[in-house]
Write a protein that binds this ligand. Sequence first.
Ligand SMILES: Nc1ncnc2c1ncn2[C@@H]1O[C@H](COP(=O)(O)OP(=O)(O)OP(=O)(O)O)[C@@H](O)[C@H]1O
Ligand SMILES: [Mg+2]
Length: 303
Amino acid sequence: MSVIAVEGLTKRFGTRTVVDNVSLTVEDGEIVGFLGPNGSGKTTTIRMLCGLLTPDAGSGTCLGYDVRQQSWKIKQAVGYMTQRFSFYEDLTIAENLDFVARLYELRPRQEHVQRTLDDLGLTHRKDQLAGTLSGGWKQRLALAACVMHHPRLLLLDEPTAGVDPKARREFWDQVHTLAGKGVTVLVSTHYMDEAERCHRIVYISAGKVIARGTVDEVVANSGLVTYVVRGGDLHALQAKLDGLAGIEQVAPFGTTLHVVGADIDKLEAAIEPYRHDPAHTWSRGETSLEDVFIQLMGGKDRP
Ligand SMILES: Nc1ncnc2c1ncn2[C@@H]1O[C@H](COP(=O)(O)OP(=O)(O)OP(=O)(O)O)[C@@H](O)[C@H]1O
Ligand SMILES: [Mg+2]
């Protein structure tokens, strides 16, 4: 049975529909990335999945429990990491973990707290105030706390926002280790490299799922074609190409320029007058996930 299986989830705030008919299945041990622009409904969807918000329409199960009828069961069973650091900054690390252990009625409590501190390598800092931890350590502590009760499903809402690359990599290593042990993960993120670490991604925009699959599938389904230009004064070239019919995006990537189109014939017609300038070399490149997401976000038509 799927760990998450929901259909038609919908949530309205006042007259606005912020999650619109979202269906989602996540299988045992899968790591699924949940992507989409700010305000697209990721957090709201996650909160419906973990039983904190009641959907206005739709149905389904999470860990086998009904998302409408058994929200309290789901709340107990999942590990939910909220978008913002959810600890008491003026309690110590140990006190925070003790609080979580009480919440989940873990016994013997002290043992759970001590083991978590040992696993984290934080025993010697247990009396430090949580608010004084660095960003990376805060995330590590938050993950440790949300797996303390051994949940089979983790719902992680932008767990690595603002965390440095090394700490992010360690965090993802941990997520993969947990998945290897059979834990299922749904994780929202704005980072492309993190999307690429997921087995599968789901992309939501204005409350609707508009793309899903493996990263390769999402890139292939976009139908986008990318040319990479190298050479001198790419800035001037960018200005000339920007906005031409057939060209969806022109964006600098380091010392190259990515020129992206949705229709190869139209794209090649658009770049034809510029391709023979000896100052530049043009080659077909791989379309990046970022190119696809920019396109999904509305590309050049966005104000
Ligand atoms: N309790 C609420 N009452 C009214 N509107 C809300 C409430 N919670 C969220 N919204 C609105 O619903 C929309 C979706 O918000 P949500 O937080 O789910 O987006 P998100 O995809 O998580 O965004 P971000 O990437 O910025 O975290 C936003 O426009 C937000 O302002
Ligand atoms: Mg959010």
